[in-house]
Design a protein around this ligand. Structure first.
Ligand code: UDP
Ligand code: MG
Length: 316
């Protein structure tokens, strides 16, 4: 059997401080697995510039000039991690057999790629990279990330525990993935929905060697929230339960008021007016906000805007 043509897709957002290092590591690793015959000679690497404001694109262009195996794709602005990945994948879909996505900082161990290719050779159409050891992450990152996976699973989102966006996909899977038209891309949730035979490769997550995380807490929370509301109507159901509970409490209060009236205790207290008023208007607001969240999602999807816009391509 011929070795597979592999495309490595790397989203890059303001990564000037680490790109050269990433390139040199990847280049030597790529050459070695080519030599071993694990992947085809015409396997390549696609660097996607996600509207960086630093020198990232200049560096990508320079690398493209130096190395014909690099494909540079530049988006017209910052579309976000998930869309940048899709841009790199979809643009090159017809030229490769399988695709691996990995972050520009190589925190996900590139040596796991060998295992992924082997599993693909054994028939797996999707191979998930799963973080075994997270000791390089801060206590907070680990706690919040793992809590996130558990919460997602509890709400019925089919995420793989401790798997981020380091994964191998066969071209067939990618073709089917293209039929998922939603703009709010949450690949971790969508890829398992595509199905097909899958496998896992466990690796240890390393530390970022240069630059800083592009996922500060606010962005991380937004990402998690997007993931939940894109996949699960559980929060809406929760509001329904909450509303039901409120209704029962209100009924009890009505009984209490009627009873007070009947026994002649008619001096109306300030507390008994204000308390329910505040409580119920507050919970109403909350429920409305949550419903608004979902309507906002519908609004975004209905518009059907493009996920990304490619401005330039080098070494096509
Ligand atoms: N990234 C991107 N667009 C964005 C934010 C991030 O393409 O708007 C890329 C970033 O360059 C990196 C990957 O997504 O290759 C993951 O980001 P990072 O390593 O900062 O996240 P962390 O590992 O801290 O969760
Ligand atoms: Mg990282």
């Amino acid at each position: 059997m011929n070795p597979t043509r592999l495309l490595l897709v790397i989203p890059c957002y303001n990564e000037e401080s680490i790109l050269y290092l990433t390139y040199s590591k990847l280049n030597s690793y790529y050459n070695s697995i080519k030599k071993q015959g694990l992947i085809a000679q015409n396997s390549r690497i696609c660097l996607v510039n996600d509207g960086s404001r630093d020198k990232t694109w200049d560096i990508i262009e320079e690398l493209c000039e130096r190395d014909a195996d690099i494909i540079g794709v530049s988006l017209s602005r910052n579309f976000g991690h998930q869309s940048a990945i899709m841009a790199g994948l979809e643009h090159n879909i017809d030229d490769f057999d399988c695709f691996i996505t990995i972050d520009a900082d190589l925190q996900d161990d590139i040596n796991a790629i060998t295992g992924m290719i082997e599993k693909h050779g054994q028939g797996a159409m999707v191979v998930y990279g799963v973080r075994g050891d997270r000791s390089s992450d801060s206590w907070f990152k680990r706690f919040s990330a793992e809590g996130f996976y558990i919460l997602m699973q509890k709400m019925g989102v089919p995420v793989i525990f401790n798997h981020a966006d380091f994964r191998l996909m066969d071209r067939r899977v990618l073709k089917e993935l293209g039929n998922f038209k939603e703009i709010n891309l949450f690949l971790r949730g969508i890829v398992p929905l595509v199905g097909f035979r899958n496998d896992k490769v466990v690796y240890n997550r390393l530390e970022r060697e240069a630059g800083e995380t592009k996922y500060p807490l606010s962005k991380m929370l937004l990402f998690a929230w997007n993931g939940i509301t894109s996949f699960s109507t559980f929060p809406m159901r929760l509001v329904l339960y909450f509303g039901l509970f409120n209704f029962l409490v209100a009924m009890a209060i009505v009984v209490y008021i009627l009873f007070s009236y009947l026994v002649g205790y008619t001096v109306p207290g300030w507390t008994s007016t204000m308390l329910p008023l505040t409580f119920f208007s507050g919970s109403n607001m909350m429920a409305l906000g949550l419903i608004g969240e979902y309507i906002g999602k519908i609004y975004e999807e209905v518009k059907g805007r493009p996920r990304y816009i490619i401005e330039k391509i080098v070494n096509e």
